[in-house]
Design a protein around this ligand. Structure first.
Ligand code: ZN
Length: 375
């Protein structure tokens, strides 16, 4: 099959969710790989949900891992799909349309096509291909691939995930995280505010400090990512017009540059603000009730995979604002970058598409990367 035909087969499986059922599509991919002569297996991770792992040149020493995800986001309002139905792929005006065309069944097809073209070559290092469940729809089952030892440093020295990046090389992206802060007050009749403590107004003091924190963070810019950002994205407080509110709840979302990923770092930012405000205002009371962080991607710019792709594509690496599975591979000791065909602007939209030109560039680039690292 050519890359477009493979992509169409993948798009025809509805792997949206939740609830998501990737398994039939995963089985199709496994069978396709086996028909090519690749040693491939299914890793069932939940009911109806499965990853696929294929290995070429197994045991020849660690080489490259190419990894894509099988699931897609739901189609949304079907009326907005004008070119085709989400699971009825068509080619029009030089592009392939359908849910997942760019994120990332098109790129998955490019991996399969690269394997198909090179499978009979003399592999000097192992090529591993992985297709995961639950990247966009909950589950993040790449963790199972790694935890259960399906892909280790014995399989790969570097990795590539073709999330749509218009074939830009992305070795770094921000980590993310969230915190919940409860600001506590004391309720009173709003005609006698002096008898209470207005939690919503105290929350305003906290937000002002958050703004000052951002000004500090802006001084430390990553060359490709800019600064860490900290934003209060949800604010709740108060329940009746004539009652001084006794509780305000702030949801804070942050995007972390490398160096800020340790949970203690961001935790300290919020604890420092709380302590500072409690120190100068005896009525200010707040509690950090939840706090979490996800690692940024931080593959060295002079690593093998970055240099290989730079050489093939003739472009310089850039940063990305979104979070990917590359972090999981990189943390497992396999430096992994993002570089895939299609634009992230088309991901998750109605009439999602990928240009055939990008798809072909994907296949060409993955083949060349495999040649340089595994052949
Ligand atoms: Zn994706």
């Amino acid at each position: 099959m050519n890359v477009v035909e493979i992509a169409k087969e993948l798009i025809r499986f509805d792997t949206s969710g939740p609830p998501t059922r990737e398994q039939p599509c995963a089985e199709w991919i496994r069978d396709y790989l086996i028909d090519l002569g690749v040693e491939a297996e299914l890793q069932v991770v939940d009911e109806g949900r499965a990853n696929v792992i294929g290995k070429i040149g197994k045991g020849k020493g660690p080489g490259l891992v190419l990894s894509g995800h099988i699931d897609v986001v739901p189609p949304g309002e079907l009326d907005l799909w004008k070119v085709s139905g989400p699971y009825e792929p068509v080619v029009k005006n030089g592009s392939l349309y359908g849910r997942g065309a760019c994120d990332m069944k098109g790129p998955d097809a490019a991996i399969l096509k690269a394997v198909e073209d090179l499978v009979d070559s003399d592999f000097k290092r192992q090529l591993t291909v992985v297709f995961t469940a639950g990247e966009d729809t909950g589950g993040w089952y790449v963790t199972k691939v790694i935890e259960d030892g399906y892909v280790t440093q014995n399989d790969a020295i570097c990795g590539l995930i073709p999330e749509p990046s218009m074939m830009e090389i992305i070795p770094v992206h921000k980590g993310s995280g969230g915190a919940f802060v409860n600001i506590k007050g004391r309720s009173a009749h709003s005609s006698r505010p002096e008898l209470g403590v207005n939690a919503v107004q105290k929350a305003a003091d906290f937000l002002m400090e958050l703004r000052a924190l951002q000004a500090e963070l802006n001084k430390e810019k990553h060359p490709l990512l800019g600064p860490t950002t900290v934003e209060c994205t949800i604010m709740n407080g108060g329940f009746k017009t004539n009652i001084i509110p006794d509780l305000a709840q702030l949801t804070i979302n942050y995007r972390l540059i490398p160096g800020h990923e340790a949970p203690e770092v961001s935790k300290k930012w919020f604890m420092d603000i709380i302590e500072k405000l409690e120190g100068k205002d005896e009525d200010f009371k707040a509690e950090l009730v939840r706090h979490s962080t996800n690692m940024p991607l931080d593959v060295p710019l002079d690593s093998l995979i970055v240099n290989t792709l730079k050489d093939i594509l003739g472009t310089e690496p850039v940063g990305a604002p979104y979070y990917t599975e590359a972090v999981n591979y990189t943390r497992a000791g396999i430096p992994t970058v993002i570089c895939g065909p299609g634009s992230i602007d088309q991901a998750h939209t109605a009439d999602e598409y990928i240009s055939l030109e990008q798809l072909d560039l994907g296949v060409k680039t993955f083949k060349e990367t495999i040649k340089r690292i595994c052949l």
